[in-house]
Design a protein around this ligand. Structure first.
Ligand SMILES: [Cu+2]
Length: 388
């Protein structure tokens, strides 16, 4: 698709389409960033000019802007991945039962070196892309990865076509479980935020994923009631159970339009941008990334290690990527290869991350390795997409 068409679609989405709700500053920043990207690449070579040009670039769209037919085909492809056999050997993860689980295993195995690290944004960009590739190449999906546009629904996620529980949604809230206390976030030892119970807590009962099975984990769920422990301490054993959710307005408030617009506008270095996006827990701020996870809540949604087990993960992370993409494009010259942070997300930060560091999704997902440098641009390395 020509970039000029992409631009007009993006502009239409912020000025017209009533399915997306009222105009939103984050959408306006995304549209402005696309203008600047277009201007930049009219004067500079694209990173991968032989494979990705502004004429063949894919467009990732807001779930709310998809037709019901497009939503159905995405849902069908996600369910297809959960029916295909796993490639991960049982000796590595006996709980990996499907192709979908191959992705979950990779996230579990790398969890402590991909969060709070220099590679957080690019690793999750690559991971979400790999999922999109699997949908397209293994399950016949013809579209691209949609995103869940946080800010439009921050005061009522269940009003969104993404979480409304209809047969063209990603399923809604879990069944309501009464009499729950708040839980400490991020952990009992570091009780910086009291996370109040949301409006669910139990198994998802409506929509396409009401019979979805989570096979792996839990590992770091901060949800009540507590999920059944995994038979193996590493969380890779077989532990089939329902998809639970606990939609939380306390958490979705951290993804509001004003919070995310301020994140994009007020943070001019990659250090402050990724710190604010990732949350400043000791100051009582979950930040939009974790706020989005805890909006979903439940067994997987609240578990930073096992979170991809909830299929809402990828549209949430596409929004994380869209915000990162927006921030980069607003000043491509200064930000196209901006990197900061360490290589370990626990305790000491470890060595500083570099553009030459290798991003891998392990042996079984089935995509090659890329350097962080290659994953820095959505029109470079293996990628060829923009956001409308
Ligand atoms: Cu993650």
């Amino acid at each position: 698709m020509k970039l000029s068409n992409v631009l007009s679609m993006a502009l239409a989405s912020i000025t017209g389409a009533k399915s997306i709700g009222k105009p939103n500053e984050v959408d306006a920043l995304a549209a402005e960033s696309l203008h600047r990207m277009n201007a930049y690449y009219s004067e500079n070579p694209l990173p991968s000019p032989r494979t990705c040009t502004l004429d063949n670039v894919a467009v990732r769209r807001d779930w709310s802007a998809l037709s019901k037919q497009e939503r159905r085909s995405y849902i069908k492809a996600v369910k297809c991945l959960a029916k295909l056999p796993a490639k991960t050997p049982a000796a590595i993860a006996s709980g990996a039962k499907s192709r979908y689980d191959d992705l979950v295993v990779t996230h579990i195995l790398q969890a402590f070196t991909i969060h709070g690290t220099a590679n957080f944004l690019t690793w999750h960009r690559y991971y979400t892309w790999a999922f999109e590739q699997m949908l397209r190449n293994e399950c016949g999906y013809k579209g691209y990865q949609p995103y869940y546009n946080w800010g439009h629904w921050a005061d009522d996620p269940e009003a969104s076509p993404f979480f409304d529980g209809s047969d063209t949604s990603m399923s809604g809230d879990g069944a309501y479980v009464a009499n729950r206390s708040s839980v400490c976030f991020p952990s009992a030892e570091m009780c910086y935020i009291q996370l109040q119970p949301g409006s669910g807590g139990g198994c998802v009962t409506s929509g396409p994923f009401k019979d979805w099975t989570i096979n792996l984990g839990p590992l770091a769920a901060v949800s009540l009631p507590p999920p059944t422990p995994n038979p193996q301490p590493n969380g890779l054993g077989y532990n089939p159970r329902c998809l639970s959710r606990d939609i939380s307005l306390q958490s979705s408030a951290e993804t509001s339009d004003s919070v995310v617009a301020a994140l994009i506008k007020d943070n001019t270095t990659i250090t402050s941008f990724q710190t604010v996006l990732g949350g400043e827990f000791a100051q009582g701020k979950m930040g939009p990334h974790v706020g989005g996870h805890n909006t979903i809540g439940g067994d997987a949604g609240s578990d930073f290690i096992n979170s991809p087990a909830d299929p809402a993960f990828f549209a949430h992370h596409a929004m994380v990527d869209r915000v990162y993409w927006t921030w980069q494009n607003l000043d491509l010259e200064g930000r196209k290869e901006a990197i900061a942070g360490g290589t370990s997300g626990v305790g000491e930060p470890g060595e500083a991350g570099t553009l030459e560091d290798v991003t891998t999704l392990g042996e079984w997902v089935g995509v090659g390795n890329v350097t962080i440098r290659e994953a820095m641009s959505t029109v470079g390395g293996p990628f060829c997409y923009v956001y409308a």
